[in-house]
Design a protein around this ligand. Structure first.
Ligand SMILES: [Zn+2]
Length: 481
């Protein structure tokens, strides 16, 4: 049955980045997410090409959460002619200004580094692999700067979870908790009035069904059309993984040897999950006095955001925060907010734990920490989650014996350990469970934000287990809903 709307995917169709979806009705035009393409230099070059959308005719832009692949190009919208309003949750609103400003700073730094030939680089080398020269970087793109970020922040409206707001003629929006990172929400869009009201639900990125830290994703009552993500469409979590027990083992080993633990992690998501697990180890007397350094201002904002917006926490932690508790705090926790402090922690001598970005070990302060310690036996590198094939972390995990960091060749003497079960993403089982949890079976399901293999694997399970036939939209091809 038609609901009289059209949907068009301008990103994240058959891939996991660049989320950007246009929804059009006879009365309204809105965009859901305006994210960056990430990955290879060719992917990144696509960011400078504006999507074929008439931004001046848009009524609103909705941002589901503060990850770059969902909001990274938002600050380009006003320059492209957008005159409407931007909606996101209150918690995402608090994070967005910082995310966009730090993205503008990074673009500026990259631009100068690449034009002056001083761009930082690193490479892990497998046994027998010869060291190489610095890679050739394509010229860096500058998509926006601080003035555009300011213009964008002026037109954002933060909305509380579960509160319905009118965003365009005959169209309203309600954010539902997605359980993915602080502030992350699914966007429930109502079209029309009275008995004719139709619901289009964008899942955004969903968290796992059960997270020790965050609330479970909201169980929707009904939707005529669901656009569901499939980042982990073909992956299933190891049900037996016990990340806390594994971390306890690593911490005990480090404490006994006065070793340093380096954990590469993403600022929004993984960092908060880790701090929570480490807080629990402290509570159980298993941290052995090791200091924990969170070397990422954005990760710190993510932690603080959970205190200000406890509705994103699991019921138990929410209750604790509302009663004045601080479940993500422990005396050994230190926030590193400047480069000088970040350099100082490299000189620590009695062991400790450093959480630093980037999670893929392709840039950021974690590379400097590794450059200081990877050639030492009293260093443990903890890896978790997905790592891009052939990248630095991927090779390290598979026995790379040397690394090049900014041209310096170093032997790998540090040990590498994996910790499973620290994902902020729903896996295949969680996605099936979420779609099966609706009060009424969804009318129509479109799968985006996943590789074609991931989408096909999820579609196959939804068909056999829930009797739901899914569509896999293609890039820019309009679909009548
Ligand atoms: Zn995300």
């Amino acid at each position: 049955m038609s609901i009289g709307a059209t949907i068009q995917f301008h990103g994240a169709a058959g891939e996991v980045t660049g989320s950007c979806t246009l929804l059009t009705t006879p009365k309204a035009r809105i965009l859901v997410d305006f994210g960056m393409f990430q990955g290879t230099p060719a992917d990144e070059a696509r960011n400078a090409v504006a999507p074929r959308i008439d931004f001046a005719s848009l009524d609103a832009i909705i941002i589901t959460h503060a990850h770059i692949d969902h909001c990274g190009r938002l600050a380009m919208a006003t320059s492209l002619g957008f005159k409407g309003k931007i909606y996101c949750t209150i918690a995402t609103h608090e994070l967005l200004g910082r995310v966009m400003r730090s993205s503008a700073r990074l673009q500026r730094a990259r631009f100068y580094e690449r034009s002056s030939g001083s761009a930082p680089w690193s490479r892990a080398l497998m046994p027998g692999e010869a060291p190489g020269v610095a890679p050739e970087f394509p010229p860096a793109q500058r998509l926006f700067d601080t003035p555009e970020v300011r213009d964008t922040m002026d037109i954002i409206e933060g909305v509380a979870l579960n509160r319905e707001v009118k965003i365009a003629p005959l169209m309203s929006l309600t954010f539902r908790n997605a359980g993915h990172i602080p502030g992350a929400a699914s966007a429930e869009i109502s079209i029309g009035v009275g008995a004719d009201r139709k619901i289009v639900l964008f899942s955004g990125d969903l968290g796992p069904t059960h997270s020790a830290l965050l609330a479970s994703p909201h169980k929707p009552a009904r939707a005529d059309v669901v656009i569901v993500e499939s980042t982990n469409g073909e992956r299933r979590r190891d049900a037996g993984a016990d990340p806390e027990a594994k971390l306890a083992e690593i911490v005990a080993d480090a404490a006994a040897r006065k070793a340093k633990i380096i954990i590469p992690c993403f600022a929004l998501g993984r960092a908060q999950l880790l701090v929570h697990r480490l807080a629990r180890l402290h509570g159980r007397g298993l941290l052995h006095g090791l200091n924990v350094y969170v070397d990422s201002p954005m990760a710190v904002h993510g932690i603080e955001s959970l205190y200000r917006n406890p509705e994103y926490l699991s019921p138990e932690l929410e209750q604790s925060v509302r009663a004045g508790g601080a479940p993500l705090w422990f005396p050994e926790l230190h926030y590193v907010l400047s480069k000088r402090e970040s350099m100082a922690i490299d000189r620590m001598v009695h062991g400790g734990i450093i959480l630093a970005g980037s999670g893929f070990m392709d840039a950021g302060p974690v590379m400097r920490h590794l450059g200081e310690s990877i050639d030492r036996t009293d260093c443990i590198v903890v890896l978790s989650g997905y790592q891009p094939d052939g990248g630095f972390a991927w090779k390290l995990q598979r026995g790379a014996d040397r690394v090049q960091i900014d041209g310096k060749l170093l032997p790998v003497r540090a040990s590498t350990v994996r910790v499973e079960g620290l994902s902020g993403h729903a896996d295949q089982d969680d996605l099936v469970k979420w779609l099966g949890s609706f009060g009424e079976k969804p009318g129509r399901v479109l799968i985006n934000h996943g590789t074609d293999a991931g989408r096909a694997a999820l579609a196959a399970r939804l068909s056999t287990e829930l009797g739901i036939e899914c569509a896999m939209p293609a890039y820019e091809v309009p679909i009548e809903l």
